[in-house]
Design a protein around this ligand. Structure first.
Ligand SMILES: Cc1cc2nc3c(=O)[nH]c(=O)nc-3n(C[C@H](O)[C@H](O)[C@H](O)COP(=O)(O)OP(=O)(O)OC[C@H]3O[C@@H](n4cnc5c(N)ncnc54)[C@H](O)[C@@H]3O)c2cc1C
Length: 484
């Protein structure tokens, strides 16, 4: 049995961010346990002889200019090099190189992902109308003076004119507002699949609009909302977050049970998976940076939490890293970082080798993303767990052949990865309903929670802030009781 002050469960971005924050504030008596044999959770990455590659999260957009915590972090780690006229200057090596995005539509690759090639005037007008609305929403504030849509999302306005949008689906909102263009509707459905792993009818309108309206980052040397990315995706950010707290992290170490001690504090049962030994850690405070469906299983007092797990849906994903020695080209725009085809099941692939300074090699790794959203998550998850390697190839290869006719002989290796509970889905009434709020509540001033499923939107920024918030609550609690 060991006694420590603070235990963190989970080395996803939320857990690592909490660890960083504790250390930054002079709190050193903490340990972080991670059940996998690697760190990073859904921001985990891999590599082979050709390139590093993401297995999940692969980019962030430049920070909102009022998100000082994120800006400071990005400056600490050299992603922001300095400021010019109060505007951050981002490191050119981390800004997504040109060309960034292309879409295969009407038989040709066009630049950018918003449909343009071969569409009609009415489609064009509706697309223009939607983005005019988004530009208004970006600036729009509620009665409380807060932005309608912000990051972290808990900073968003409480004004009902925005929050009521959480009560209908994005698809219903678009229909009610007269959007009928199949091209625009395809694009917005694609965005929901890409960002939330679900279709527009399974995502709330608030969440659907948040993706576009909450990002207001500007920079001295980049376009608004520019993308930051690395060959290993957000694994790069994850490794940097972990770097300063490495000595506190134990991988291959699972927390199997948590219970509240009668005199205060927490008792945690820990399994060292490699050595197959169990031991107990007694901690004054615990931050559970693990998802709620895990927490409900391992917290022996879970009835103390007002949490209906049925209200939390997690989108399953399949990701494949495909090593190719050539990419036969179709008509139109050349290879980009993000490559998407109109009306396909997947959301396309990113070229993991794109940020290599020498990106002319024909041999490269492409990271293919397939949200499993054709059935409700539970069923899709079960189907994913039972599919064979060959069955996955039977899904991937026809899509790749459609994008790159003749690619099959160029494929050298396909490494697949299933995320059963890839990301929380912002389904109707989850973000501003009671369930999310209840799930955030600490228990007995001892057990604190931090995970993107408590945000409802699974992005790096939310995880980063979730970790800081939980760490601040823990530090404030120690402070209140006169110890650090
Ligand atoms: C396919 C895919 C693509 C994505 N793309 C992007 C993207 O491009 N940009 C972006 O910003 N976000 C993206 N995301 C979202 C990503 O999930 C978040 O950015 C972020 O990584 C979530 O971090 P987290 O800490 O909240 O959770 P998690 O990553 O879920 O971390 C939880 C950790 O807890 C550990 N754990 C669980 N139970 C236990 C236990 N009992 N004991 C010990 N440890 C335990 C887990 O192993 C895991 O490491 C993507 C997600 C997926 C699935």
């Amino acid at each position: 049995m060991r006694q420590i002050k603070t235990l963190i469960i989970g080395s996803g971005i939320s857990g690592l961010s909490a660890a960083r924050w504790l250390k930054k504030h002079g709190h050193h008596d903490f340990e972080l346990v991670e059940l996998e044999d690697h760190m990073g959770g859904n921001s985990h990455c891999g590599n082979n002889a050709v390139s590093s590659y993401p297995l999940g999260a692969h980019y962030i957009t430049i920070a909102n200019n009022d998100d000082s915590l994120l800006l400071d972090f990005l400056q600490d780690i050299g992603v922001i090099t300095h400021y010019e006229n109060a505007q951050p200057v981002y490191n050119d090596y981390y800004l997504c190189f040109d060309p960034e995005e292309r879409l295969l539509i009407n038989g040709q690759w066009q630049e950018g992902l918003v449909p343009d090639f071969g569409i009609g005037d009415n489609d064009r007008e509706q697309i223009k109308k939607f983005f005019t609305l988004i530009n208004e929403l970006k600036k729009s504030k509620g009665e409380d003076g807060k932005f309608g849509f912000d990051i972290p999302l808990d900073n968003s306005s409480t004004d009902q004119k925005y929050r009521q949008l959480d009560k209908i689906s994005f698809k219903a909102y678009l229909t009610q507002n007269g959007y009928t263009s199949p091209y625009l509707l395809w694009y917005l459905n694609y965005c929901c699949k890409d960002d939330y792993g679900q279709k527009a009818d399974d995502v709330s309108a608030w969440a659907g609009l948040h993706y576009f309206a909450a990002r207001r980052g500007t920079a001295a040397n980049a376009e608004e909302n520019a993308v930051l990315t690395w060959p290993e995706g957000n694994g790069w950010l994850m490794n940097i977050l972990a770097r300063d707290v490495k000595e506190h992290i134990h991988i291959g170490t699972m927390c199997s049970q948590i219970s509240l001690k009668s005199g205060g504090g927490i008792s945690a049962e820990i399994l060292d998976i490699k050595k197959n030994i169990t031991y107990t850690i007694e901690a004054e405070k615990v931050i559970m940076a693990s998802p709620q469906f895990v927490n409900q299983k391992i917290f022996a007092g879970s009835e103390k939490r007002q949490l209906d797990l049925n209200k939390l849906n997690y989108s399953p994903w399949f990701v494949a890293n495909i090593t190719v020695n050539d990419l036969p080209q179709n008509k139109g725009a050349g290879l980009c970082w993000d490559n998407v085809a109109y009306n396909m099941a997947s959301v396309g692939y990113v070229n993991a080798s794109h940020q290599h300074v020498n990106n002319i090699e024909k041999k490269r790794v492409i990271t293919y993303y397939l949200p499993l959203c054709d059935y409700e998550p539970r069923i899709a998850r079960l189907a994913a767990y039972t599919r064979t390697y060959q069955q996955w190839l039977d899904i991937i290869i026809p899509e790749l052949e459609y994008m790159h006719p003749g690619i099959t002989p160029c494929i050298e290796q396909v490494d697949g990865w299933v995320w059963g509970h890839g990301m929380i889905s912002p389904q109707i009434n989850y973000i501003w309903g009671a369930d999310r709020k209840n799930a955030q509540q600490a228990v007995n001033d001892s057990l604190f929670f931090a995970h993107t499923d408590l945000s409802g939107i699974s992005i790096f920024e939310e995880a980063f802030h979730q970790g800081i918030k939980a760490a601040n609550d823990v530090l404030a609690s120690y402070e209140q009781h006169g110890n650090k």
